[in-house]
Ligand binder design. Structure first.
Ligand code: GLU
Length: 382
């Protein structure tokens, strides 16, 4: 980390982004007494608007603050019991949303409260993804937080840095922007070593040694360690992560192309996605003919016409193995469940609608969702 990255290897900040996730921590939204700090929030809202106008993107906000704001509203002093924390989050979440609605007006905001299961359980994942997509299509700004009033202990993600990385993944964001009170990653903790220098670019988040820090303030949950974890999750999925501080002005600066913090560069997106697909546990398998095997080797998608047999019980979006003459030649995410696929196997795409009553996809597995194996490779197993 002490050697600065070779500038030739650092791509410039993209001119355009399609979609970004902006994570705002409790310390950026509240004052020293844990009260909602409206001017700070409104400055952040303006910063997000400016950034999105400059980059041509839509934003999803991951906002903390519910616990602190609720605690202040109820006049509860620390430490809180678990039920008190749940109540504070329930009260604070409503106030938090009300203020985001005002700060982002005339845009409407949508509250999405997620928990671990919404990202890890496939059906709930697809559901959460649909809800986010629908709000974005309507020009609404989704504001995500953890469902703290009902998600406790092992049901919790626990910190909004990690939740923001998952959200970025869920909405297929181009960038994850984490706004915090420490402007990025430092070579050492700047609060303890005042001379510590900030790190402008991290080529590989995996190579950074995990800081043993505590949260930046008593109000927030994460510290730089959770931000680094978030950067690892997101960059592995091909999403560049920026940790910037402080507040609205850092977002305005980013709109001008100036990063007041640290850029964690992403792994190439397609390669990242395919590596992730290769790690998924297969729920079934399809056998293909020689024509399909040759087509896959040329990098094309798998069509129903090339499928000769279907084995297993799987659904849309599940990982399945593609087998030729008994050997696994690829793994991919299927567009058709096993029942539908058994009915359309061997057919030309123009017959899918006739047999199934509707055609959602031409491909059984789209090439972007297909990891082919070179001869001699084997798939990782779980
Ligand atoms: N979900 C928590 C809240 O809104 C914050 C978690 C975090 O700060 O990371 O209070």
């Amino acid at each position: 980390m002490s050697t600065p990255p070779d500038p030739n290897r650092v791509p410039p900040l993209p001119e355009r982004w399609r979609r970004i996730v902006v994570k705002i921590g409790t310390s950026s939204l509240t004052d020293d007494h844990g009260r909602l700090h409206r001017p700070a929030m409104w400055a952040l809202a303006r910063g997000i608007e400016t950034l999105c106008a400059a980059k041509g993107c839509q934003a999803v906000i991951v906002s903390s603050g519910a616990g602190a704001i609720g605690r202040e509203r109820l006049g509860l002093s620390l430490p809180l019991t678990l039920p008190e924390k749940q109540a504070a989050a329930a009260v604070g979440q409503a106030l938090l949303m009300l203020e985001w609605d005002r700060a982002l007006a005339p845009r409407a905001v949508a509250q999405l409260l997620l928990s671990v299961a919404d990202v890890q359980d496939r059906e709930r994942y697809v559901n959460a993804k649909h809800a986010l997509e629908a709000t974005l299509r309507l020009g609404v700004v989704p504001v995500v937080n953890e469902n703290d009033s009902v998600a406790t202990a092992e049901l919790r993600v626990g910190d909004n840095d990690t939740l923001s990385a998952w959200t970025a993944y869920l909405v297929d964001a181009d960038a994850l922007v984490i706004v915090t009170d420490v402007a990025g990653l430092y070579e050492a903790d700047p609060r303890r070593s005042p001379g510590a220098r900030p790190v402008a670019v991290v080529l590989d988040a995996e190579s950074v040694v995990e800081p043993q820090d505590r949260p930046g303030t008593t109000r927030g949950t994460g510290g730089m360690a959770t931000k680094l974890r978030a950067a690892r999750i997101a960059t592995r999925a091909g999403i560049e992560t920026l940790v910037i501080g402080r507040g609205g002005s850092a977002l305005e600066a980013l709109a001008r192309g100036e990063v007041q913090g640290t850029r964690f560069l992403a792994k190439p997106r397609t390669a990242a996605r395919k590596a992730w697909i290769a790690e998924q546990a297969p729920r079934g398998r399809v056998a293909i003919d020689a024509g399909a095997r040759d087509a896959l080797a040329r990098g094309t998608s798998l069509l129903p016409s090339g499928v000769v047999a279907v084995d297993g019980d799987f659904e849309f979006g599940d990982a399945i193995d593609v087998v030729f003459e008994g050997a696994v030649v690829a793994r991919g995410l299927t567009n058709y469940g096993s029942d539908a696929l058994a009915r359309i196997r061997g057919l030309r795409t123009d017959r899918i609608a006739e047999v199934l009553g509707a055609k959602d996809f031409d491909e059984v597995i789209h090439r972007d969702n297909l990891k082919t194996l070179a001869r001699g490779d084997s798939m990782p197993t779980r």
